[in-house]
Ligand binder design. Structure first.
Ligand SMILES: [Zn+2]
Length: 604
């Protein structure tokens, strides 16, 4: 170590060491003194070449391009890791001081490293159940005939009377299938075939019969039972969660082992794509097996990723009970489905807090269920109910993450946020809008003013842009998914792939689409709203970390942070835009531990 570098911790930016930024100041006093102490004595003694007793790293990555995503977007050559955290990052010569006899030193041979990517919106157990075949996976099937044939094949292999549960219809039409179509497949298996977004599904006659749904059944609040124009009999459509739940409550749920297997399957798929943290924005309160799967796999070290969960709250009355049971009185809900959560919170508060994100709500649906883009869509809550729900959690100091896609849904949510903030002002609340496809300029103004975080998904443009047709924001003045407008206004943007609601979970698709904005058929969707790869990577790392209040621990490669890093086979910053989607993660590390290594890599 030389004196200049030691001093750089004192005033890195003024000394022109862009590798060392604010995070250096978060280094503990002990580490600071350990690294700088002897050299500082050297200054007093007038010596320059005093060897410091620099701490020894357990791992050093060197001779690479380390994209730090620090506040200055610095690029470094090497990084040292100790106790699973970033010890230092900088040029190769400087980092070499941390190499000791037991340090594992990896020559990156010029390869690019980024912070671990953070997927800020996913539904891991359902994603795993889709990928491992628990749901019949319809993703990618392009015609109704193909879907019906896949269902018929499944029926032939399934004992009569057992449920057939399928996921992944990609058509946005809520009349894509009907009861008669599914009855032709089978009348002896109850059947639920769900749209990829999860907001509506189609049933056959047997499923309706088991659920006791007939022409006299009225719509549940916030949901709709499709009925034929002639005679008013159910036509098989169940729109929005309250209607779907009328059938789902009769269906078998995965058991504990299946839940754990699905969760880990999904987590490992993510790790292989360079993702190190996932936010589950629809943590289901009604599935205790999922709760156990999350907590057990995290506690026993099986879970390769960092996880945050936001349980879904269907209405104010359930919200009140859950909030009371979890955060006010543990004793009030001993027999409920959330009793596991209550006991985890009591027995392992640290684990509970590390997993807990806040609460999730929804205002509208998707595709044909968007509010305003589709005049037939049904909002899930009346404005007073939404305000009541939002206020409940806001007032208690929680973060609230709200699904609002259509512009009217966003407006209604912003009304609830504005009123709640007026009643109970809170700094840095981090309330999130999930999706916000076309808020328009008026919506943007309010999003900025109210300090909302936007969590959105550029990959949707590729997957669904062609189906959106001429979709525009209400005022017709800004584009759909206005990323550039968000960034220019300083609004925090997070990215999440939203599987299984969206077919492609690879974050590289988002990094590519944030700039390219091109649909599957080649149409460029509001290109003026594209952002640079640097801004896109920031959204997928620091932006998503902020959305989960994790920005002090993860999201960038800075001293003191968790050593969550990815070595890539190519450099996002220098390859042509169209190649970004094909970049592969060679090695993914969480807390300095390798959780994925590609077969091709020779680095580790
Ligand atoms: Zn979602």
């Amino acid at each position: 170590m030389n004196v200049v570098i030691a001093m750089s911790h004192v005033g890195s930016q003024s000394l022109g060491y862009p590798f060392l930024t604010d995070a250096s100041n978060r280094m503990s006093r002990r580490d600071f003194l350990q690294i700088t102490g002897i050299a500082a004595l050297g200054i007093l003694a007038g010596c320059v070449h005093v060897q410091a007793s620099a701490p020894t790293a357990e791992l050093v990555l060197t001779n690479g391009k380390i994209i730090t995503v620090d506040p200055l977007d610095s690029i470094a050559q090497a990084v040292a890791v100790k106790n699973g955290k970033i010890l230092d990052v900088g040029d190769a010569e400087k980092i070499a001081q941390y190499i000791g006899n037991n340090t594992r030193t990896v020559d990156l041979k010029g390869k690019t490293v980024t912070p671990g990517l953070i997927d800020a919106h996913a539904h891991l157990p359902f994603f795993g159940l889709r990928e491992n075949g628990w749901f019949l996976n319809l993703q990618g099937m392009r015609s109704k005939e193909e879907i019906l044939e896949a269902l018929a094949q499944k029926a032939r292999k399934t004992p009569k009377g057992e449920w057939i549960s399928a996921w992944g219809v990609e058509s946005m039409s809520m009349s894509y299938l009907n009861k008669e179509d599914l009855d032709r497949v089978s009348t002896s298996h109850p059947m639920l075939v769900v749209f990829t977004g999860g907001q509506w599904g189609f049933t056959n006659s047997l499923a309706l019969k088991i659920a006791g749904i007939d022409k006299d059944t009225s719509d549940p609040t916030g949901g709709r039972i499709g009925k034929s124009a002639l005679g008013g009999n159910p036509d098989g459509l169940l729109a929005n969660y309250p209607a779907l739940n009328l059938v789902r409550m009769h269906m078998p749920l995965p058991d504990e082992a299946q839940s754990r297997e699905a969760l880990l399957h999904a987590a490992n798929l993510y790790a292989a794509e360079g993702v190190t943290t996932v936010h589950d924005n629809f943590f289901s309160l009604g599935t205790p097996h999922f709760h156990r799967a999350y907590f057990h796999t995290t506690r026993n070290g099986q879970m390769p990723l960092r996880i945050k969960v936001w349980p879904y709250i269907p209405n104010a009355s359930i919200g009140k009970k859950v909030q009371y049971a979890l955060f006010q009185s543990h004793e009030s809900y001993p027999q409920s489905k959330i009793r596991n959560l209550i006991s985890y919170q009591r027995e392992s508060p640290e684990l509970f807090n590390s997993l807990w994100g806040g609460f999730k709500m929804a205002v509208d649906g998707a595709g044909g269920g968007l509010w305003h883009f589709n005049p037939y869509a049904i909002p899930l809550h009346q404005p007073e109910e939404l305000h009541k729900m939002f206020r409940l959690f806001h007032q208690a100091g929680h973060q609230v993450s709200v699904h609002a896609v259509g512009d009217k849904a966003v407006d209604q949510l912003l009304d609830a946020v504005e009123a709640s903030l007026k009643e109970h002002p809170r700094q840095d609340h981090r309330h999130r809008i999930e999706h916000a496809l076309g808020p328009g300029t008026l919506g943007l103004d309010r999003i900025q003013k109210l300090g909302m975080v936007i969590c959105t998904h550029p990959q949707w443009i590729f997957g669904w842009g062609d189906k959106w047709g001429g979709l525009k924001a209400r005022e017709n003045d800004i584009g759909v998914m206005p990323l550039r407008s968000y960034v220019q206004r300083g609004i925090t943007v997070a990215f999440g792939a939203d599987p299984p609601a969206f077919p492609l979970y690879q974050p590289q698709v988002a990094l590519w689409q944030a700039g390219a904005r091109v649909t599957r058929d080649g149409y460029r969707f509001d290109p003026a709203e594209g952002i640079s790869i640097q801004d896109a990577l920031r959204a997928q790392t620091m932006g998503s970390a902020c959305a989960g209040s994790q920005e002090k621990e993860v999201g960038s490669i800075e001293t003191g942070k968790e050593a969550d890093m990815v070595v890539w086979d190519r450099d996002f910053y220098t390859i042509p835009q169209d190649e970004i989607r094909n970049v592969k993660a060679e090695v993914t590390m969480v807390g300095g531990k390798v959780v994925h290594k590609s077969e091709e890599t020779t680095l580790f």
